[in-house]
Write a new protein. Structure first.
Lengths: 154, 285
């Protein structure tokens, strides 16, 4: 079957098996920022924005995304022009092994898109589906709050 | 993995979706958010009928309460500015305790009710709110008590070619208090105990008491004996304690690796009592 979606601003069509999960399709097509962690919606490493909503791509059939606008971490910024959240994650040491970072960044972007000035509690809740086993969680919360404050909390 | 899945349908109307589900010899099943179906191993399913194109995602105020579309993500319930009264508060409280933020953007109101797991958080809230479910089989529709649907088991309750399209929840206004508690090892983990309570007062007496549980039993259920301990009486600490004790009595308590039967038996009445106290406090204020 055919499915058409806009990924990071580019409209793309794919011939897929209806069993295919969005996570597998994205990785197969080169969006390697989307990670496979638990495969059951617990870790958030596979999170992408779908029509503005942060969702686990491991629990979505690719066929469900017909006409969807999808953003992966590749769509946030580039090494030369990183997204402010990416810059803040580096600055605050919110990255070690890096495996959770794409999903965490997506969840953080979804929060700031709808709530530009969240409280710490709101940041914690927005990232509650993204497990991180390196940084102890505090640094990425500081990073998001830094971006939300326009760098004033640096 | 759905090993034998070969078809994926995207109907544009409820009628079309129901026809696909009712098709003779079809092995089609309805797909809402997908968090259950995408993770299961099922070799019987051959077709998925995606309900996301049916315009069933909404939370609206009506003259006597709220209507929630079946494919509304539970995150939208949690954050809804429309849900303002006690019933609305209970819905938001229950919806906000479902899984993680990422999962709440995928899990739908209808899916949480129809899939009906022991850890589902909306069903006990819907039970204490006397909610109704609108089920459609193409054009024909019936409005049924969520309580009946849960008692039968939603998947058995729905006829072939029938889908849940909307949940209707009455609002109760002044004199009503609600409480919802979920006990789990972490915020996102499956519930060990879920308690929902609604108390509606008439003067000093309890006019209606609703106490529902989940996670301690195979599926959400009201505790009628516990409710009777409070109804048509002035609630005293002794009566509240009796109601909490009755909520546990004759309950086929779940035991699993997360928590033993004995642990749940010990903690459940405490949570029920706290929920009743909280609901009463709100009802009186």
């Amino acid at each position: 079957m055919n499915v058409t979606m806009t990924i990071n601003g580019t409209k793309r069509s794919f011939d897929i098996d209806p069993r295919m999960l969005l996570l597998d399709l994205l990785r197969e097509k080169g969006y390697k920022s989307v990670k496979k962690g638990c495969g059951e919606g617990s870790c958030g490493a596979c999170a992408v924005l779908i029509n503005g909503r942060p969702r686990n791509s491991c629990l979505l059939f690719a066929a469900q995304c017909e006409g969807a606008v999808i953003t992966t971490a590749e769509g946030l910024g580039t090494p030369d022009h990183p997204h402010p959240l990416q810059t803040a994650f580096v600055k605050h040491g919110a990255t070690q092994c890096g495996y959770c970072n794409p999903g965490s960044l997506i969840a953080a972007k979804a929060l700031l898109d709808t709530n530009p000035h969240p409280t710490e509690e709101e940041v914690r809740e927005a990232l509650d589906g993204n497990l991180c086993r390196c940084t102890g969680y505090v640094k990425r919360i500081e990073a998001v709050l830094d971006v939300a404050s326009g760098g004033k909390k640096a | 993995m759905l090993k034998h899945l070969t078809q994926f349908y995207r109907p544009a109307s409820v009628e079309e979706a129901c026809a696909l589900l009712a098709a003779r010899d079809s092995r089609n099943v309805a797909l809402a958010g997908g968090t259950t179906i995408a993770a299961v191993n099922d070799t019987t399913i051959e077709g998925l009928v995606d309900l996301s194109g049916l315009d069933l995602s909404y939370v609206r105020r009506t003259s006597d309460g709220y209507v929630i579309g079946a494919t509304t993500p539970v995150q939208d319930i949690y954050k809804s500015p429309v849900l303002t009264g006690p019933a609305g508060q209970l819905l938001r409280s229950a919806a906000g305790k479902i899984g993680s933020t990422l999962l709440r953007h995928s899990i739908t109101a209808g899916g949480n009710l129809v899939a009906l797991f022991p850890w589902s958080d909306l069903p006990p809230a819907l039970l204490v709110l006397d909610a109704q479910a609108v089920c459609r089989r193409g054009v024909p529709k019936r409005t049924v008590a969520v309580k009946n649907m849960i008692e039968t088991g939603p998947r058995h309750y729905l006829q072939t070619g029938e889908i849940l399209t909307e949940i209707q929840v009455p609002e109760f206004g002044l004199g009503t208090g609600v409480a919802f508690r979920k006990l789990s090892k972490t915020k996102n983990d499956y519930a060990l105990i879920t308690v929902a309570v609604r108390i509606t007062l008439q003067g000093e007496e309890v006019k209606e008491a609703r106490i529902a549980l989940n996670a301690v039993c195979k599926k959400a259920q009201r505790r009628l004996d516990a409710e009777k301990q409070l109804e048509n009486m002035v609630p005293t600490p002794d009566r509240i304690a009796s109601a909490a004790a009755a909520a546990v009595r004759d309950l086929d308590m779940t035991t699993d690796f997360r928590a033993s039967r004995e642990y749940r038996q010990e903690v459940l009445p405490v949570l029920v009592r706290r929920c009743i106290d909280e609901a009463l406090h709100q009802a009186r204020s």
